[in-house]
Ligand binder design. Structure first.
Ligand code: PMP
Length: 414
C-alpha cells in the first residue's frame, strides 16, 4: 500500500481514492488521470451523499418556513456558515457571506465596498498574476468612478516583487488585492507581510483564497486581511458555492448589492430597511444543497488533515516537477520558492492546446489556455500554457502515466 507515515498521520492514498468514484473511471478507454484540480476538484462520496440525502430527506426553503423541513434546511444551511467560519478561523459566523463563488464575492466587494468610496484619481491595487475575477470587477467600478486599477509586478520566477507592491500602496489606493496562491503558477504569496503593510497605511486588503483553501489551513485572523474570498468547487464542494469573509466594520458599512427576499427587515414603498450582515448580502433562495455538500467537504478535509495533505501534495509537486524537467524543450512557467501543486509549462515546437487535446485521448485531463489570467500570459509573452494541477488524491503512478503520455504526444507533434 502506498502510504506516507508522519508522526501525526498515516496517509492512506488508496482509501482516499476509493472515496472519489470518478477517479476510477476511464476516458477514451484509458484510466483517467485527473490533473485539472485547480479548475475544479473532484467530489468525495460524503459530499455527493450529503447532497443526495438533503434532497431525499430534508428539502425545503430556508428561513421562511416554520415547518420541520424548513427548520432542517435552515439548520443545514446555517450550519455550513458555522463550519466555513471555523474552517478559515473567522472571528464570527456573522462575518461570513455565503456566495456562489469567488467571482460573486469579489464583485460584492467591488460594488458594495469599493464603488461608494472611489473618487476620480483613486486607485485599486492588484497584481499581474491575478485571475480575472480579481481584476475585472475592479476595472468595472474604476470605470464608473474615474479611479484606476494598478497592477504590482512579478519577476520571471513568478514571484510577486513585494517591495514594489508595498511601494505601490500610495494614499490614493482605496483597496489592495492579492491572490494567496496563483492558479497558473502555484506561487504562494506573502499575504501576512502584505496585510501588515496595508494596515500600517489604513488600506483594506482583499485576498483571493480560491487556490489556497484546497491545500492549506487558512486563518484569516492570522493573515490580517480585511476580505477573504473563496470558492467551494475547488475544495471538494459543489459548483455554485463560495464565501466572502469580511471584517464586521466593513460589512456594517457596506450597502446591499443584490436586493430581494431574505435580505430585508421591512419593505415599504416609503423606505425599506435591511437585515443585518451577513443576511443583507444574501438576497433570494441560496444554493442550500450546495452548502450542505460544502459542509461535508469541510468535514472531509478535516478527517484527512491538512498536515498529511500538504506533505503528500508537496511530494507529488516535487516529483512531477523533476519528471517534467527531464523532457527536452520543456519550460516550466512559475518557479517560485513556495508553491502549491500547480505546474504550468510549454514544450518547444508544440501548442499547449494540441498537447492537451492529445493528452485527453490518453486519458489525461489537464488544462490548456490562458487560465483566466491574460495579464499574466502577456507578462510571460505567451498566449497560453499547459497546466497540470494536482490534488491530495493524486499519486506518483499518475504522474508517471502523465509523463509517458506527454512524451508520446510530444513525439506525435514534433
Ligand atoms: N480566483 C482564482 C485564483 C481562481 O483560480 C478562480 C477559479 N479559476 C477564481 C478566482 C474564480 O472562481 P469562481 O469561478 O469559482 O468564482
Amino acid at each position: 500500500m502506498n502510504t506516507t507515515a508522519s508522526p501525526a498521520t498515516v496517509f492512506d492514498i488508496q482509501r482516499i481514492r476509493a472515496d472519489f468514484p470518478l477517479l476510477s473511471r476511464t476516458v477514451h478507454g484509458k484510466p483517467l488521470v485527473y490533473f485539472d484540480n485547480a479548475n475544479t476538484s473532484q467530489k468525495p462520496l460524503p459530499v455527493i451523499e450529503a447532497m443526495n440525502e438533503h434532497y431525499r430527506e430534508h428539502n425545503a426553503n430556508v428561513s421562511r418556513a416554520v415547518h420541520q423541513l424548513g427548520e432542517e434546511a435552515t439548520a443545514a444551511y446555517e450550519g455550513a456558515r458555522d463550519k466555513l467560519a471555523r474552517f478559515i478561523n473567522a472571528p464570527s459566523r456573522n462575518e461570513l457571506v455565503l456566495t456562489s463563488g469567488t467571482t460573486q464575492a469579489t464583485n460584492l466587494v467591488a460594488y458594495s465596498y469599493a464603488l461608494p468610496r472611489l473618487q476620480p484619481g483613486d486607485a485599486i491595487l492588484t497584481t499581474v498574476m491575478e485571475h480575472h475575477a480579481n481584476i475585472v470587477p475592479w476595472q468595472l467600478v474604476a470605470q464608473r468612478s474615474g479611479a484606476t486599477v494598478k497592477a504590482a509586478p512579478i519577476d520571471q520566477r513568478g514571484e510577486l516583487i513585494l517591495e514594489q507592491y508595498v511601494a505601490m500602496l500610495t494614499p490614493e489606493v482605496k483597496l489592495a488585492c492579492v491572490t494567496q496562491v496563483s492558479n497558473v503558477l502555484g506561487t504562494v504569496n506573502p499575504v501576512r507581510e502584505i496585510a501588515r503593510e496595508c494596515r500600517k497605511r489604513g488600506i483594506a486588503l482583499l485576498v483571493d483564497g480560491s487556490q489556497a483553501v484546497p491545500h492549506r489551513p487558512v486563518d484569516v485572523q492570522a493573515l490580517g486581511c480585511d476580505f477573504y474570498a473563496l470558492t467551494g468547487h475547488k475544495m471538494l464542494g459543489p459548483t455554485g458555492t463560495g464565501a466572502l469573509w469580511a471584517r464586521r466594520e466593513h460589512l456594517d458599512a457596506m450597502p446591499p448589492f443584490f436586493g430581494g427576499g431574505e435580505m430585508i427587515r421591512e419593505v415599504r414603498f416609503d423606505g425599506t430597511s435591511f437585515a443585518e450582515a451577513p443576511h443583507k448580502f444574501e438576497a433570494g433562495t441560496p444554493n442550500i444543497a450546495g452548502f450542505v455538500g460544502l459542509s461535508a467537504a469541510i468535514d472531509y478535509y478535516q478527517s484527512v488533515g491538512f498536515e498529511a495533505i500538504h506533505a503528500w501534495e508537496q511530494q507529488l509537486l516535487a516529483y512531477a516537477t523533476e519528471r517534467l524537467r527531464e523532457i527536452p524543450g520543456l519550460r516550466i512557467i512559475g518557479e517560485a520558492a513556495e508553491k502549491e501543486p500547480v505546474i504550468s509549462f510549454l514544450i518547444d515546437g508544440t501548442q499547449a492546446t494540441d498537447l492537451a487535446t492529445l493528452l485527453d485521448l490518453q486519458g489525461v485531463a489537464v488544462r490548456s489556455g490562458h487560465h483566466c489570467a491574460h495579464p499574466l500570459m502577456q507578462f510571460f509573452g505567451v498566449p497560453s500554457t499547459l497546466r497540470a494541477s494536482l490534488a491530495f488524491y493524486n499519486t506518483r503512478e499518475e504522474v508517471d502515466a502523465f509523463i509517458v503520455a506527454l512524451l508520446k504526444v510530444r513525439k506525435l507533434l514534433m
